[in-house]
Design a protein around this ligand. Sequence first.
Ligand SMILES: *Cc1c(COP(=O)(O)O)cnc(C)c1O
Length: 369
Amino acid sequence: MVDPRVYEVMSKPIVSHLDPFLFEVMAEISAWLKPVFGTANEFTLAVSGTGTAGMEAAVSNFVEPGSKFAVFTNGYFCDRIAEMGRRHGANTVELKAEWGNVYDPDQARDFIKREKPNVVAFVHAETSTGAFNDPGPICEAAREVGAFVIADCVTSLGTMPINLDAVGIDCAYSGTQKGLGAPPGLSPITVSPKAMEWIKNRKSVNPSWYFDFNLLSGYFGTTRRYHHTAPITMFYALREALALLHDEGLEPRLERHRRNQRAFVAGAEAMGLKMRVAAPHRLMALNTPEVPEGIDDLKARKHMLNNYNIEISGGLGSLLGKVFRIGVMGVSSTKENVLLVLETLEEALREQGYKAPASGKAAAEKTYA
Ligand SMILES: *Cc1c(COP(=O)(O)O)cnc(C)c1O
């Protein structure tokens, strides 16, 4: 959901893409994004386009034809990163793990040391499976072989700690419509000074003109040269979403997500649902309870949508029909929503003859008490 304050700023007058006021808005966006990413990177801005635009921007700037690109693939979105690497002509190698599982840290380290890639990419919070990938071992091994690290933080930004600089991620991107609670349309992105220096001097020209960080620097940097017409309204929206985050405080916001996630899981488990992802590797914004035996997940989801106007998602790829994907993120991460989703999900399952051993709503309520 989108906060009313964000909707409101989206009706404000449009200025030009070179108006000093817009550059003030952009500067505030950059300043407020940094603590959320956990970085001091000067190159911290929002590229035009959705989360996938950030992904393509990252891949196109870091990957050159023939360079070695190592991708950790255990879900839908990391498969997309690997496919982009191939399209940009990289020698793309993958370490696969089953969807819903995470990597063994030793395997992750061995993979990087064996392949000696130029660039490594992984998905921090894999929205397709609900699994969190620990950047620690990946960044550590990448540093040893001198590889740059790209992290997809689309669902983790504003819902989980990122600590980009501390952990050693060179580039991270996100989207406006997940944890930040704005409409889709911009992709916050940040790049380390060391990586920017490399990009400035890279031998081959980035085949993507629109996402070339060297050209984007001219627009967002001090020269303020026209590059493209920024979607002004979306910059207002992102600024307001970040102002909301700033007002709440990052730590209280992350704690709110933790509390509501804990309550959701307690409720789902009380209802007899098994969580697909093991407890230490779960996301705080996206839950994947398994669909019980004999239940048609689409029918259950339709019941919630048609009767209560609540949309939850189904599984993707190898998890199709096997899990529900229930987002509790951004503005939507509230106690009221958690209880309402549990209550209506229980009803949707009961419609199909499912007997919950206990009330999910009651179990969740207990965690708040
Ligand atoms: C949603 C998502 C994307 C893609 O973002 P779009 O806004 O749909 O382009 C990429 N990675 C992850 C982890 C996501 O959740």
